[in-house]
Ligand binder design. Sequence first.
Ligand code: ZN
Length: 272
Amino acid sequence: MRPVTLEQRTYYNPVKPTIDYIQTRFDEYNERFFSSSLPPIPIRLSHAKGFLGKVTFTRKRKGLFARYQNTDFVLRINVRIDLPQEVVDDTILHEMIHYYIAVNQWNDTSTHGELFRHEMARINREGNRHITISHRLSDAEQAQARIHKGRVVAVVTFADGRTGVKIVPKQIRHILAWDKQARRAFGCQLSAISRQPSAVNFQLPLQGVGGLSAITWYYTDDEYFAKYPSSTALRIYLIDDPQSLPLANAHRLSLADGKVRLILNPDNNLRW
Ligand SMILES: [Zn+2]
């Protein structure tokens, strides 16, 4: 698995790989770097977020007392973002190293452990490549992909059972100010609950409305939240079905003593 992180990087010559392209590279690299020892592998294109490439497989036991075997390999290359050809090729090589280790039934010390790093260094040296553990996206790649744009989301629960969301600019002072402002606005007006119908995107001006039960803060790159404006205004968008909010992979923010602490979700590579 090759996760995505962010960094400045020169951007040029973007390509969108096809299955044929990946297959050609795979065959070429298999011969050059793995003595053609890698068996054929199904190749799929992926549009999922959060990784550039991935080799998946299942662990099966052949007989009752036999050892586990890795089988049913699939190589996935992400085509959601147009990346420079060199990055695409290095991603294919990165995944081929994972495949090499798994298909030989070796156990590495970790996902990118000693075996992986050894092979990565060998191929970088022999092929003058720049394979890395995780690819770093340039600003241009990031802007083009429009993924991993982190948003700070406040999920506001009202005492009457309704739930709303608010996107706040991600500067610490805005987060702290908005939280304080919202709690103050609600604290003394519990009787003035608006009876307006709740609908998606319905704007509820906070002033004069009471009944706040909780504010939970998240940091997420889910594009679902792109439809809500980001501002410091005390304005909350009511959600019909709060259970459907895509926050399972979001990082949590904890606010205390004038500080904002990021509680990292291990399933998300998004960085602040
Ligand atoms: Zn990896």
